[in-house]
Design a binder for this molecule. Structure first.
Ligand code: FDA
Length: 414
């Protein structure tokens, strides 16, 4: 694939794709292999940095548990059903077959999550090889100054993209510029601004899959627990729309993180509490009563049989009535302790923001797009794919699967 040198006369393409991340690379490869003349443009120095840092450097590229008939189970947005059509036409098995074709080894970790065995770099090299097979031309780094649409131009030249390497034309323009998370590796709001330029509505954006933070004063008793992890059940939302995850939770200096909190953060609304069961699967009240009948250990020591002892110590240190042998503690105090441990209610003050978020919630409103092709209903030839669209997956490979599937749907349609 040509990344730098490029004949200057060649300025007309079938499709210009903005953003050489997961969705942009895959869409370019697919469209190129279908015979389209494709130019892929990205302003970042390095290609696909988010794939490179994903999954702890091993890219959790899809999830075997994805139920394509019920996308609302694993996707968030104003209309998660929007992604059903694309996800059912390009499934996790299709992407697995691509890895098999390239001889890339992968393994399943937790809850259907598939990772490259060696490195995320293997996935990037695979996508670049697929682009090469489609004769895709890539300009990177290359900044886009403006995009114009002229309906009076010949059909094949309706979109004009003004870049620092000159003006290029195409009949199709694809927005694959991703979300706002991790600005230091190239995330921008460019895709949203272009969408607005063409009159597409946006759904309010906020960080998702992000650690949550708490006020200094409220958090003070727990700050000393930074680094401690345990399996919990965590939920948010009113009874009717409650969302619950059972995953690992991690204490940090400023708040809570770990898969449990990253997952719930995509559903958490500012000002509302989280409910956390620190001992899921056990009847804490019953356990404490049994201990009371036969033990003279301090409550903290007794609790440390069921939870990390640092947490047991921090928990009882805040409550003088619990700093004594368990057989001397009143039934009422033990019942209150059991209630607190199984329904710890705590209200985050905010999140760590786009600096630490894995994804952006919200984005280009799916109402404005065709779910079959990803084309804007009011702007022929303009397509939006990947994270820039108001579709956000759970942690666990669902976001990359959306990037592949939406890119595939778009490439088939252009
Ligand atoms: P992506 O962000 O991949 O690409 C957008 C591209 O557009 C970038 O290359 C950027 O430089 C370019 N761009 C932006 N503005 C531009 C402009 N003005 N001009 C030109 N180019 C521009 N998901 C998952 O499923 N499994 C995982 O393991 C992980 N892990 C993970 C870890 C971390 C730390 C993060 C931050 C994110 C993840 N994700 C993930 C989420 C996943 O990385 C993300 O959803 C996809 O990369 C989205 O693909 P896109 O192609 O839409 O955007």
């Amino acid at each position: 694939m040509t990344a730098a040198t490029y004949p200057s006369a060649e300025t007309d393409f079938d499709a210009i794709i903005l953003g050489a991340g997961a969705a942009g690379l895959f869409c370019a490869a697919q469209a190129g292999q279908l015979g389209l003349k494709v130019l892929l443009i990205d302003h970042a120095e390095k290609v696909a940095e988010k794939i490179r840092i994903s999954g702890g450097g091993r890219c959790n590229f899809t999830n075997r548990d994805l139920d394509v008939r019920a996308p609302h189970k694993h996707y968030v947005g104003q209309n998660p059903q929007f992604c059903r059509s694309a996800l059912s036409r390009y499934t996790p098995n299709d992407f697995i077959a691509l890895l098999d074709k390239h001889g890339i080894a992968y393994e399943e970790k937790h809850k259907g999550q598939l990772f490259a065995c060696r490195s995320a770099e293997d996935i990037i090299q695979m996508l670049l090889a697929e682009c090469q097979a489609g004769h895709v031309q890539r300009w990177q780094p290359c900044s886009v100054k403006k995009v114009a649409f002229d309906p009076a131009q010949a059909h094949s030249r309706k979109y004009a993209v003004h870049t620092d390497r000159g003006v290029v034309h195409a009949r199709c323009l694809v927005l694959a510029t991703g979300g706002l998370s991790i600005p230091k590796i190239g995330a921008t709001d460019f895709g949203y601004r272009l969408a607005q330029q063409f009159g597409l509505p946006l759904v309010e954006r906020r960080p998702g899959l992000v650690p949550l933070t708490f006020d200094g004063e409220h958090w003070q008793p727990y700050a000393q627990l930074a680094g401690l992890a345990l399996n919990v059940e965590i939920s948010t939302g009113s009874q009717k729309e409650r969302v619950t995850f059972q995953e690992d939770l991690l204490f940090t200096h400023r708040g809570l993180s770990g898969p449990a909190v990253l997952q719930i953060s995509s559903y958490w609304k500012e000002g509302s509490p989280l409910k956390i069961n620190l001992l899921p699967g056990s009847d804490v009240g019953e356990l404490l009563q049994q201990a009371k009948s036969c033990s003279r250990k301090l409550v903290a020591n007794e609790l440390s049989a069921y939870m990390p002892s640092r947490l047991a110590d921090a928990w009882t240190a805040q409550r003088p009535e619990l700093q004594r042998p368990i057989n001397e503690v009143s039934d009422k105090a033990l019942a209150a302790l059991a209630e607190k441990l199984s329904r710890w209610e705590i209200t985050p003050s905010g999140s760590e923001g786009y600096k630490k978020a894995e994804v952006t919630l919200g984005g280009i409103d799916t109402k404005a797009l065709s779910q079959k092709t990803m084309e804007a209903k009011s702007q022929p030839g303009l397509y939006c794919i990947g994270e820039v669209v108001d579709i956000t997956g759970w942690l666990g490979g669902y976001n990359f699967q959306w990037a592949w599937a939406s890119a595939f749907a778009c490439a088939q349609a252009m």
